[in-house]
Design a protein around this ligand. Structure first.
Ligand code: FE2
Ligand code: FE2
Length: 228
C-alpha cells in the first residue's frame, strides 16, 4: 500500500509537469480525483489501484488535442496511449495498463467508447460532475471571459438553438461562440448530464449541483431584468 501511494504521488507529479501550462487542467484533475474517491466509497469492489492512476492521467492528452487545429486529435484516445507509456515505468502489469487505458479512452462526454468497468464509470461521472455546481459556474464564467462570450443570452432556449446551433439542433455544433453564454451552456448541455451518468451516487450529486445552478440562473435573470 505504501508503494502504491508512492507511485500515485509520483504519477501526480508527472501529470503536473505535463499540464504545467494548463494549471486549470491540473486543478480539475485534482478535483476529479477527490470526487472519484467519494463515488468509489459508495460502490462495491472498486479497484483503487486502477482508478487512482486513471483519474490522474485522464486529461494528459489535452495539450496535444489543443495544439492540433485540424480537430482530428482526441485527447482521450491519445491520453490513453500516453498513459500506457508512463505506466511502463511503474510496476503495473499489462493487464492493469489496459484497464487504466480503458478508463481514459471512455471518459469523454460525446465519446464513442462506453465505460465498461466500475472504475471507468466512476471516472466518467466524476469528470462530468466537475462542470456542475459552484465550481461549474466558476469554470463557465472563466472560459466565457477568456473567449469574449456574452454573459447572458436574452433569448428563449428554442430560439437560441435554432439560430446558433448547426441545423438548429441541440446536439449540433455552436455556430458563433461569441453568442454563447454560461446560461445557454447550462440549458443546452449541463442540464442533461445527470441522465448520462452511470453511478447512483454520481446522479445524486449531479442533481443537487444542477439545482444550485438552476437557482443561480433564475436569480441572474431576475437581477438582469431589474426585478427585486
Ligand atoms: Fe477530458
Ligand atoms: Fe477531465
Amino acid at each position: 500500500m505504501i508503494n502504491m501511494d508512492h507511485n500515485i504521488e509520483k504519477i501526480r507529479e508527472i501529470v503536473a509537469d505535463i499540464l504545467v501550462c494548463k494549471t486549470h487542467d491540473m486543478d480539475h484533475t485534482n478535483r476529479v480525483y477527490n470526487i472519484s474517491l467519494y463515488l468509489a466509497s459508495h460502490e462495491q469492489d472498486v479497484d483503487l489501484g486502477i482508478l487512482k492512476p486513471a483519474v490522474l492521467l485522464h486529461d494528459i492528452g489535452r495539450i496535444k488535442e489543443d495544439s492540433d487545429n485540424s480537430g482530428n486529435t482526441d485527447h482521450a484516445t491519445i491520453g490513453a496511449k500516453m498513459a500506457g507509456e508512463i505506466l511502463l515505468n511503474f510496476n503495473y502489469s499489462n493487464e492493469d495498463i489496459d484497464k487504466i487505458s480503458h478508463c481514459i479512452s471512455a471518459h469523454r462526454y460525446r465519446g464513442e467508447i462506453k465505460a465498461e468497468t466500475i472504475e471507468a464509470k466512476i471516472l466518467f461521472d466524476a469528470d462530468k460532475i466537475d462542470v456542475l455546481g459552484a465550481i461549474g459556474l466558476a469554470r463557465s464564467f472563466t472560459s466565457n471571459g477568456q473567449y469574449g462570450q456574452i454573459m447572458y443570452t436574452e433569448q428563449s432556449v428554442e430560439e437560441y438553438v435554432k439560430e446558433n446551433f448547426v441545423e438548429g439542433k441541440i446536439t449540433g455544433r455552436i455556430k458563433d461562440p461569441h453568442k454563447h453564454s454560461p446560461q445557454m451552456e447550462y440549458e443546452t448541455k449541463f442540464k442533461f448530464i445527470s441522465n448520462k451518468l452511470y453511478t447512483e451516487k454520481g446522479k445524486q450529486v449531479a442533481k443537487e449541483r444542477l439545482e444550485y445552478m438552476s437557482d443561480f440562473f433564475k436569480r441572474l435573470k431576475q437581477e438582469i431584468a431589474g426585478e427585486f
